[in-house]
Write a protein that binds this ligand. Structure first.
Ligand code: MN
Length: 463
């Protein structure tokens, strides 16, 4: 257990081999949402709607930021998450009878380690082919043309846009034209958008682009462009990729980052998935989020100041986790847990034994299929102001309170006396050149904190 800034930092909490774990469901929990039923039958509208799914940043077979090594026997669930989420995308495309699927870059996390990743992809593409569903995709910074050394022949129903310049795919039978350009190399700093072809008249125009748009830290700035530049192309829908958090930049026309399909670490919390678009008569009539992630990342902060003992801390943690499990629709939940608040249990929490950590893991398992990725104890000691008058600590605190105002200037002159003995440069370097009220107040606050910490056996006071 490392101590960071005087706070206990426990974790990662790995599972020990002898421990049983709740098995996770094998199938991806792709949500069959109520949207399934909202489409009007053809006879009623006279127009067969065109439907497509827009996904990006699938990062197939991503090592999930080295989690495998820390996740114990849960590693398989986590590592397989990008595949299961992709499987959900394929099932969703077939069940919702979409006409085509757009993948806006970073389908792969990087060069394949072996052909298994490529074969898995082909298997999914073949299922779409059999269902008569076409696919268009651009390469992003992670799977740029020059980063991929291995190749497999894709079904003819899959079109990968070239990287030298933007090109257009036309499907007159659907009334659709799709424009796109792949990344040739990882670091594409060129503005791709301004070089996209003009909109094709009389059809629905879609632009596919992997871009950081106007900049979305922490995402690297690739193929930057402004929203106005995208709007100026005159398209009806921009299928963007690269930014992992779902974001709708504009609704007229639609400019959408669908977010990634599966969160990869504790910075990618919340629901993840793709965007389902319905078109009627070359007009977009609905844009919906489809949730496809199979492992949900969450950060839970639990305030424990009201807990009288560790059992009550466990109850509070359980309540927070149960809520997160419900919000995640019962998916496997990877949780970064933080305990906060001024608590008389602070020291026991900071010094959490293997027993305590195992207790929390047990609490997590009772709440659902929850993996505690990390537990951070950020509690503090309660202010010991309520101590009995005879208590030495209370005496010390009263002394501090008495000198706080330094009404008679005694503290200032006493401190001044000692400082006089130090060379001017050292006094200045320590910020004690001028004993202003502010400087004195700071010195007192520091002294109080250090003394209390030592006396109460805070982190610095312990061996
Ligand atoms: Mn990217």
């Amino acid at each position: 257990m490392a101590l960071i800034g005087g706070r206990a930092f426990i974790g990662p909490v790995g599972r020990r081999p002898h421990e049983k774990r709740v098995p996770s469901p094998a199938a991806a929990p792709y949500d069959a949402s109520p949207y399934d039923r909202v489409f009007l039958p053809v006879a009623q509208t006279g127009v067969k709607p065109v439907r497509f799914l827009h996904a990006a940043d699938i990062h197939l077979d991503s090592p999930l930021a080295g989690l495998a090594a820390r996740a114990g026997d849960r590693a398989g669930t986590l590592v397989g998450a990008t595949r299961r989420a992709f499987d959900g995308l394929i099932r969703c495309a077939i069940e919702r009878a979409v006409d085509f699927v757009i993948i806006a870059g970073d389908l792969y996390d990087g060069d394949w380690r072996d052909f298994a990743t490529g074969l898995f992809l082909i298997e999914g593409m073949a299922r779409l082919e059999r269902a008569g569903i076409r696919v268009v995709m651009v390469r992003g910074n992670h799977d740029a043309e020059n980063t991929m050394t291995r190749r497999l022949t894709l079904p003819k129903t899959v079109h990968v846009f070239e990287s030298r310049k933007a090109e257009t795919v036309r499907w007159p039978e659907l009334g659709v034209a799709i424009h796109g350009r792949s990344f040739g190399k990882q670091h594409e700093s060129e503005n791709f958008a301004t070089g996209y072809p003009p909109a094709v008249p009389g059809v629905l125009n879609i632009g596919v682009l992997h871009t950081s748009a106007t900049g979305r830290p922490p995402h690297d700035p690739y193929a930057p462009c402004s929203v106005q530049e995208l709007v100026d192309r005159g398209y009806d829908y921009w299928a963007l990729g690269h930014v992992h958090r779902r974001e709708v930049l504009c609704e007229e026309p639609w400019i959408v980052f669908p977010g990634n399909l599966q969160g990869r670490d504790a910075n990618e919390t919340g629901a993840k998935g793709a965007t389902l678009v319905t078109v009627e008569g070359q007009r977009i009539v609905s844009v919906e989020e489809v949730v496809l992630d199979v492992v949900r990342w969450a950060r839970c902060t639990v305030e424990v100041s009201a807990c009288a003992d560790l059992d009550e801390v466990g109850d509070a943690v359980h309540a927070a986790l149960a809520e997160a499990v419900t919000a995640a629709g019962g998916r496997t939940l990877a949780v970064r847990l933080t305990l906060t608040g001024a608590s008389p249990l602070h020291r026991r929490l900071v010094d959490a034994t293997e027993q305590t950590v195992a207790d929390w893991e047990a609490v997590a398992l009772r709440a659902g299929d929850v993996w505690l990725e990390r537990v951070t104890v950020a509690t503090t000691d309660p202010e010991p102001l309520g101590l009995a008058a005879s208590d030495a600590l209370a005496e010390l605190i009263r002394t501090f309170e008495a000198v706080q105002g330094d009404r008679d200037g005694a503290l200032r002159s006493k401190l001044g006396e000692h400082l006089e003995k130090l060379p001017r440069e050292i006094r200045d370097a320590a910020g004690l050149g001028d004993l202003t009220d502010a400087v004195l107040a700071e010195v007192l606050a520091d002294a109080r904190a250090i003394l209390l910490d030592r006396l109460l056996g805070g982190p610095e006071g312990r061996p």
